[in-house]
Design a binder for this molecule. Structure first.
Ligand code: PLP
Length: 426
């Protein structure tokens, strides 16, 4: 087999199995091409993408504006490292800081790196500004969190598969129940050395758990009361996914009318990744205002690729697409439609318990125990009917299409999903 020969699906799967580490369990479908809300497998079969690479491809596959920015920049200058300045990074930092209404941005590549960066900034702020004794800072996190895969991040995960046999674990984290303000207040009261509270505005990987209405704003108020940094991990929820530019959406510059009247929360540290590049390139960032970001001095932190010219060009284009194509508004409207259509089905269903989510970050819960393979089998059947989704935990299926979808396509997808589910009704 020559390297450039077109593979069959089975050949591609066999190669990954033989030569790749087995750190994932993919749905058996081998994709070759993507455009907008669609992907095609190597045999030419077309699918709706209902995962969007875990919400990285919010702007749709191979968005021409993003691809153009990337290829233009790739032909001009790709990487200088931060040993020298380049003429793209400052432009991007200004653009993104103003876009999200923060003083400064620190560029990284992956979501996990950006989370690590936020934890480091938070600790340094705690020692140098808040005055916590050295090495005593604690950061409050939530049960069932997902913040990435580094040694420190998995140290405060409670997923045994992600954690087991990767110890010894990093200290300095306090775990509390998600969506529980009393637990947060108790933890803040009981520990005088709390530096920050790290939270996902919606717990995506855990199964799209949407907290109660005022949870985030009240948690933020508690953080202010105890002089603790509110750290929002919006790697999955950010960039229009939940029907607003950010799920916390603290007086950012978007013009989404759906924001008005909902509680606004301005994080002290905002963590972004995934759709920051529209899925074209690994781009992540932490944003903060000067009194916090300025604790970082030359040599304290960095990354060879972080803030490279391609990343900068791609991220500007990706954020322009979100604004120009009104993706937050579209996600809001299609999300309402999706949940109401699904709820109509669920009324008469015994196999689906419920649908939940915000904007186009949704999940259905299958009426079966967590260890059953019903959700997996439903995803295989959805694939056969031309729609790709994947179970998150056990019996939960996440539905997160690209935000460039239109109403007609969404209704087509609802029809595929309900038709597929019907075959599983008992
Ligand atoms: C995906 C994700 C991360 C990790 O991002 P990577 O780019 O995979 O390192 C962190 N936090 C949340 C909420 C995520 O969804």
């Amino acid at each position: 087999m020559a390297v450039l020969d077109q593979l069959t699906s089975q050949q591609a799967i066999d190669l990954e199995n033989k030569y790749g580490a087995h750190n994932y369990h993919p749905l058996p479908v081998v994709l070759h091409r993507g455009e907008g809300v669609y992907v095609w497998d190597v045999e030419g079969k077309k699918y709706y993408d209902f995962l969007s690479a875990y919400s990285a491809v919010n702007q749709g596959h191979c968005h021409p504006k993003i691809v153009n920015a990337m290829t233009q920049q790739a032909q001009t200058l790709t990487l200088t490292s931060r040993a020298f300045y380049n003429d793209m990074l400052g432009k991007y930092e200004k653009f993104a800081s103003e876009y999200f209404n923060f003083d400064k941005l620190l560029p990284m590549n992956t979501g996990a790196e950006a989370v690590e960066t936020a934890l480091k900034i938070c600790r340094k702020w705690a020692y140098e500004v808040k005055g916590i004794p050295e090495n005593d800072a604690e950061i409050i996190v939530c049960e069932n969190n997902f913040h990435g895969r580094t040694t420190t991040i998995i140290s405060f995960s409670n997923d045994p598969v992600a954690r087991q046999n990767f110890g010894p674990y990093t200290e300095g984290f306090i775990k509390i129940e998600y969506d529980n303000l009393q637990a947060l207040e108790d933890a803040l009261k009981a520990n005088k050395n709390v530096a920050g509270f790290l939270v996902e505005p919606i717990q995506g990987e855990a199964g799209v758990y949407v907290p109660s209405e005022n949870y985030l704003s009240k948690a933020k108020a508690l953080c202010e009361q105890y002089n603790v940094l509110f750290i929002a991990d919006e790697v999955q929820t950010g960039i229009a996914r939940t029907g607003r530019l950010l799920a916390t959406c603290g007086n950012c510059s978007c013009s989404n009318k759906n924001c008005s009247g909902t509680p606004e929360v301005k994080p002290d540290l905002l963590i972004l990744g995934k759709a920051l590049s529209g899925g074209a390139y690994p781009v992540s960032a932490v944003l903060a205002n000067d009194p916090i970001m300025n604790v970082i001095k030359p040599g304290n932190h960095g990354s060879t690729f972080g803030g490279n010219p391609i990343a900068a060009a791609v991220a500007i284009a990706a954020l322009e697409v979100v604004r120009d194509e009104r993706l937050a508004e579209n996600a809001y409207e299609l999300g309402e439609l999706f949940r109401s259509e699904m709820n109509r089905y669920i009324e008469r269903s015994s196999i689906v318990k419920l649908v939940r989510g915000k904007g186009l970050l949704n999940a259905i819960v299958i009426n079966d125990d967590e260890e059953s393979d019903t959700a997996w089998n439903i995803c295989l059947a959805l694939r056969d009917h031309g729609l790709l989704a994947k179970p998150t935990h056990g019996n939960i299926i996440r539905f997160a299409p690209p935000l460039v979808m239109n109403k007609e396509q969404l209704l087509d997808c609802v029809s595929i999903i309900t038709t597929t589910l019907k075959a599983f009704e008992i």
